[in-house]
Design a protein around this ligand. Structure first.
Ligand code: IMP
Ligand code: MG
Length: 188
């Protein structure tokens, strides 16, 4: 890919490493949910769209996918914990096993909101898979049932994650060397 300036982006997790880990997560999830009943993958838009696409194909179980979009506002650098639901699931999750598919858990406030919100809909269970986690930043307490990679507290882009809504189509996770700038309308 040549649309970006490689001198401004450091590769943190390359494409082959990402894909290999996603296959492992898929195998683990397949083993855990086999024969358990209806499984619905809830993709948290927009950042998780590529992860959902690859992870869903690595899970060898009948499943459905649905989408939610949330946004959290803060001072531009940190999530405030005030999470707004922008678009909701299209189907009921009552009695189903929910697996929330998230790109990254930073403060954890978005995920706390999602877990609490989804639990009120009487699902059979709510579990979490996140491709990335910044453990140094997470304040909220919940279990990340399946984790791709723990990463340092740096602003990452690519593989669905954006900077000013761009760079989502990079096939790897990179660090924007312009980090330090505001997160700008987090969470889209
Ligand atoms: P939290 O509520 O602070 O855990 O924020 C989670 C959301 O913030 C993620 O789903 C992302 O959309 C966004 N986010 C957090 N860190 C990054 C990052 O390093 N790059 C891009 N988006 C991020
Ligand atoms: Mg996200």
């Amino acid at each position: 890919m040549t649309f970006y300036d490689p001198s401004k982006i450091e590769v943190l997790i390359d494409e082959a490493t990402l894909q290999a880990r996603i296959k492992e997560l898929g195998a683990e999830i397949t083993k855990d949910f086999q024969g358990k009943g209806d499984l619905v993958l809830v993709c948290v838009l927009k950042g998780s769209y590529l992860f959902l696409a690859d992870l869903s194909r690595a899970i060898d179980i009948d499943l459905t996918v649905d989408f939610m979009s949330v946004s959290s506002y803060g001072d531009g650098y940190e999530s405030s914990g005030v999470v707004r639901l922008i678009s909701d699931l299209s189907d009921s999750v009552e009695g189903k096993h929910i697996l929330i598919v998230e790109d990254i858990i930073d403060s954890g406030l978005t995920m706390s909101y999602l877990i609490e919100n989804l639990k009120t809909r009487r699902p059979a269970s709510v579990n979490v898979v996140s491709l990335l986690h910044k453990p140094e930043k997470t304040k909220a307490t919940f279990t990340i049932d399946y984790l791709g990679f723990a990463i340092p507290d740096r602003f990452v882009i690519g593989y669905g994650l954006d900077f000013h809504n761009k760079f989502r189509n990079l096939p790897f996770i990179g660090v924007n060397l312009a980090e330090g700038l505001p997160l700008a309308e987090q969470n889209q």
